[in-house]
Design a protein around this ligand. Structure first.
Ligand code: Z5A
Length: 214
């Protein structure tokens, strides 16, 4: 195995229910007596959270796509080396709200960044480290945006048009079908209660070998 702990990432379009269901995953892990930490990207450390503010706020000057991409990987380098890797090395499970699949989806499919360039940065920053399990909450972006819009003003990335989020959704679906062993795709159009039941069943199935359960 690449590390002692277990690395779970959570993905989806805007408003797909990541934050809501991270709580469900936390409950599940607690019931299994698993020692875990929750974190997020971009962010997760003091410095990386400053980069997050820079990425999400509106600026007088338009941010270049390459600038956005490099800032995301700069935040990721800080987060990985000061938080994710040390926690995994201690044997803790790390539950991270978004990770590099988001970069392929948002900067790659959404903004049109070259996926080979993203792959080079991924190798540079992460080496061989990849998530052990990625849960994607799949939802029509029209529903996700409607759910999320109830929160008020949109940040810089949330302000993209519907086509942008449709490309993001499609990219997640494509990555998940290419790497089906790592992924668990949850239909997030169902009620919160239904999503929670489906998610718990999927988690049980995906991680039972790590729990020594049937
Ligand atoms: N980003 C990037 O571009 N590249 C990268 O590499 C990375 C990130 C790592 C911040 O992410 C931005 O960073 C993000 C991508 C970019 N920008 N966008 N868009 P974030 O994860 O912090 O922010 P977010 O995507 O905007 O998350 P979110 O809007 O908070 O969505 P969510 O966590 O998936 O949804 P939620 O808060 O759980 O649910 C939204 C609402 O729907 C809420 O009122 C819930 O009560 C409700 N909800 C949830 N589930 C249901 C169901 N089943 N039915 C009905 N209503 C529901």
């Amino acid at each position: 195995m690449q590390q002692e702990g277990f690395f779970i990432t959570v993905e989806g379009v805007e408003g797909a229910g990541k934050s809501t269901n991270i709580k469900v995953i936390e409950e599940f892990l607690s019931e299994k007596n698993i020692d875990y930490v929750v974190t997020r990207e971009p962010g997760g450390t003091l410095l990386a959270e400053k980069i997050r503010d820079l990425l999400l706020s509106h600026h007088e000057e338009e941010m270049e796509v390459t600038t956005e991409l490099l800032l995301i990987f700069a935040a990721r380098a800080q987060h990985l080396n000061t938080t994710i890797k040390p926690k995994l090395a201690e044997g803790k499970w790390v539950l991270c709200d978004r990770f590099t699949d988001a970069t392929y989806a948002y900067q790659g499919a959404g903004r049109g960044c070259d996926s080979q360039l993203i792959g080079q940065l991924e190798s540079l920053v992460q080496g061989s480290l990849r998530p052990d399990l990625t849960v994607v909450f799949d939802l029509d972006p029209r529903i996700g945006l409607a759910r999320a819009s109830q929160r008020g003003q949109l940040d810089r990335i949330e302000s993209q048009n519907l086509e942008f989020f449709q490309r993001v959704r499609q990219a997640y679906q494509n990555i998940a079908s290419r790497e089906s062993a790592r992924f668990c795709v949850i239909d997030s159009s169902k009620t919160r209660e239904n999503v929670s039941v489906i998610l718990r069943d999927a988690l049980q199935d995906k991680i039972k070998e790590y729990l020594n359960e049937q």
